[in-house]
Design a binder for this molecule. Structure first.
Ligand code: GDP
Length: 295
């Protein structure tokens, strides 16, 4: 995960690690390399610039030039800032409703259906949760089939209504079904298009208003880099969502989306998808991710 970024940051900081004492020039060069590594990872220019400015301020504030092990101190400062950039403290998902309603949003192909299954499985394994999956993609019968396949695989019931073309009505019927059958979590999988368009935004916004979910999650493919960040912004403007799900982190992603998304939409990344299997879900811990990136 993020091997290229890891290597480049390691090389950038390596210069300082060997020095017993360092100069302002060493620090400036290192920060330039750090910024370059972030830009190569597809982090937005302004975010990368602000990041290195903050690291510089901290480094000067902590007298990095006179400390005994300047390299170590710089690594720590970069790690702390990276953690902060990716979200700081961990926030869980809100499961306070009876039932708790979770609305999934995102583009087609982002991994919504797969993640809906993963989350249902994750919650089911917590024993106190009995999730219901609701299929609200009225445009693609294959999407409904896919959710049923996922549900069968993990032993979670799926609610669908193939003849119905109104996703608001289906989501409401799904919630009513959950209440009548003792499900305490309802996960609503919605339709996505290949790009942000007004019809999709109106539809998801109508569902959102009609069902008032405890948790609205935005699912995004981490491989799409800066596009992921732009798409997040469009969805957040309409839905004011609660958290981000970053999928396909097992692939050859450069990491820009993971690093930038929080500071653009100011919403936490809550889970990551790390594979196609139902078990490939992890809670997102910014500090662990920073540790991983910085080795
Ligand atoms: P949706 O259109 O948003 O519902 O997306 P899908 O759930 O159908 O996922 C699109 C494709 O991405 C499928 O082939 C999934 O198997 C795959 N996929 C989803 N999540 C992950 C992930 O975390 N890692 C990998 N490698 N593939 C994933």
């Amino acid at each position: 995960m993020f091997n290229n970024l890891s290597d480049k940051l390691d090389k950038a900081l390596h210069v300082l690690k060997g020095h017993g004492s360092i100069t302002e020039v060493n620090v400036a060069e290192t920060l330039k390399e750090v910024r370059r590594a972030l830009l190569d990872a597809d982090v937005n220019f302004k975010i990368a610039k602000d990041f290195t400015n903050r690291v510089k301020e901290k480094a000067l504030g902590q007298d990095v030039l006179t400390t005994l092990q300047p390299g170590q101190l710089m690594v720590k400062i970069v790690k702390d800032e990276l953690t902060e950039l990716m979200g700081g403290d961990v926030e869980g998902i809100n499961l306070s409703g009876t039932p708790s309603i979770i609305l999934m949003s995102g583009l087609q192909g982002s991994g919504k259906t797969t993640f809906s299954g993963k989350l249902a499985n994750y919650l089911k394994n917590k024993k106190t949760k009995k999730p219901l999956l609701v299929a609200c993609d009225v445009y693609r019968p294959a999407a409904i089939d896919q959710l049923h396949v996922v549900g069968d695989q993990i032993g979670v019931e799926v609610f669908s209504d193939r003849g119905n073309t109104d996703p608001v009505a289906i989501s409401q019927a799904g919630i009513a079904h959950a209440k009548a059958n003792g499900h305490n979590v309802v996960i609503i999988d919605t339709a996505g298009r290949l790009a942000v368009d007004e019809a999709m935004m109106t539809e998801i916004s109508n569902i959102h208003k009609a069902i008032s979910p405890q948790e609205t999650l935005f699912v995004v493919d981490s491989m799409t880099g800066q596009d992921a960040v732009n798409t997040a912004k469009s969805f957040n403007d309409v839905l004011n969502f609660d958290g981000v799900i970053l999928t396909k982190l097992d692939g050859d992603t450069r990491g820009g989306a993971a690093i930038s998304i929080k500071s653009v939409v100011n919403k936490p990344i809550k889970f990551i998808g790390t594979g196609e299997k139902m078990e490939a879900i992890d809670v997102f811990y910014p500090s662990r991710m920073a540790d991983r990136i910085l080795g």
